[in-house]
Design a protein around this ligand. Structure first.
Ligand code: FAD
Length: 410
């Protein structure tokens, strides 16, 4: 069937944008375009997460920093105050030694912090805000299969009806993640340079449950946290590490980052407890042995990839943002934050070039400048993210590093 993407209640002369991907970055992009008066159509291959009982996301929680917050501030539809009430600020790292000793390393001297937020909640907030606007339509279970981007055409497979759906839009925005189908379609016509790199480490999530109300395990009376909630906890073990971020319900989500060969070699509960009791002993007590065994052997292990490419756009027809343009390893906690920033910076370029929902004459120039300027910044972020793996798993416990931190403070 053919579906024209020009049927919503927006000004008749408003341009139409097709956003592919309703993840975090696609959700924010939908809001920005809608608030700017575009006719917005969002296509997502999965079901609507807002209707899902359980969703297996890439990470339960993530760190939202000032970079991401300033982009969220640009979307009027996001109630940032309500959102931040559900976030847990983390003012520093807490380094856990093998013997259980904890040492705090503050992020700044003025109480600067990053914020632990629930990924699903944040995505839902963005989709709800976009959905509340009359010029936004969302199509779930629509998987992009192919596109002729120079003609503004996308072909989706509707997983509910098993039909093919062809759509035309003035601008196509690819926010479809690290393995982006829009990027694949953009490569040839945009003469895109492209590089990807998997690191040998994978990640696995575990849970530290909240303490029962009134339990002596809690760090203070009235709290359900069993570790200080205002820190990002790290168990650095040189070639691998575990981290933990707090959740508002008093739990922590731990993530083990380790070479896949190392995790694959652990085949029995005895081997698992040998390693964990030795390296993460204080955490084992908090996770609980039964839960550790269940989660270690059943939870999925995710790969970690860096994607660098450019240019990000094709004329005035298409652009990729978020992980589709620059997937990065999570050690700098900036993948989503950079993706949010993409949206803010894109609209800065629109503004500079006088691009609006009804006047897109300078759209090509705006996209070209965005693409060139943004590439330098996000390529640097990809490198910093890789470098921070060494920082988090090893440097934070090196004598040289600790001496520098000590000198900084005196
Ligand atoms: P995605 O979240 O991947 O969303 C893409 C969407 O597109 C998905 O909904 C997908 O279903 C849809 N899609 C894909 N293909 C198609 C198709 N063909 N047709 C239609 N729809 C499609 N970032 C931070 O800033 N801070 C952190 O602390 C942090 N921690 C992380 C921890 C881990 C373990 C990992 C793996 C990542 C972490 N990140 C973090 C990175 C962050 O998860 C990503 O940068 C972010 O999710 C990118 O958002 P996105 O919307 O660009 O892509």
């Amino acid at each position: 069937s053919t579906q024209s993407a020009t049927t919503t209640r927006a000004a008749p002369q408003a341009k139409t944008v097709a956003i592919v991907g309703a993840g975090l970055v696609g959700g924010l992009a939908a809001l920005y375009f809608a608030e700017a008066g575009w006719n917005v159509h969002v296509y997502e291959m999965r079901t609507d997460i807002r209707n899902e009982k359980f969703s297996r996301e890439r990470s339960i929680n993530l760190a939202l920093s000032e970079r991401g917050l300033s982009a969220l501030r640009g979307a009027r539809g996001v109630d940032l105050r309500a959102l931040m009430e559900l976030a847990v600020p983390m003012q520093g790292r807490m380094i856990h030694a093998r013997d259980g000793t904890q040492v705090s390393q503050p992020y700044g001297v003025f109480g600067e912090c990053i914020n632990s937020v629930d990924r699903r909640m944040l995505n839902e907030v963005l989709l709800d805000a976009a959905n509340a606007l009359p010029n936004v339509q969302m199509y779930f279970q629509h998987e992009l299969r192919s596109a002729s981007l120079d003609a503004g055409q996308c072909v989706f497979f509707n997983r509910t009806t098993n039909e093919s759906v062809t759509v035309h839009a003035d601008l196509v925005v690819g926010a479809d993640g690290a393995h982006s189908a829009i990027r694949r379609e953009l490569m040839r016509p945009a003469r895109m340079d492209y590089a990807q790199q998997y690191i040998d480490s994978v990640y696995l999530e575990l849970t530290i449950p909240p303490a029962a109300k009134g339990s002596p395990q809690a760090i203070e009376p009235g709290s359900q946290f069993v570790l200080d909630p205002h820190h990002l906890h790290i168990w650095p073990r040189k070639t691998y590490m575990m981290i933990a971020l707090p959740n508002p319900d008093g739990s922590f989500t731990c993530t083990v980052f380790a070479p896949s060969s190392m995790l694959d070699a652990i085949q029995t509960p005895a081997a698992l407890f040998d390693l964990f009791e030795r390296d993460f002993g204080d955490a084992v007590a908090l996770i609980g042995r039964d839960r550790l065994e269940r989660e270690f052997f059943n939870n999925p292990r995710g790969p970690l990839i860096t994607v660098k490419c450019g240019p990000y756009h094709l004329g005035d027809k298409a652009v990729i943002i978020g992980d589709a343009a620059h997937a990065m390893v999570p050690f700098y906690g900036q993948g989503m934050n950079c993706g949010f920033e993409d949206v803010r910076v894109l609209f800065e370029h629109f503004q500079r070039h006088g691009v609006s929902a009804t006047d897109a004459r300078q759209l090509g120039a705006a996209l070209a400048q965005y693409s060139a300027a943004r590439h330098t910044d996000v390529a640097a972020m990809c490198d910093l993210a890789l470098a921070n793996y060494t920082e988090m798993r090893a440097s934070v416990i090196s004598t040289k590093y600790l001496a520098c931190r000590w000198i900084e403070r005196v």
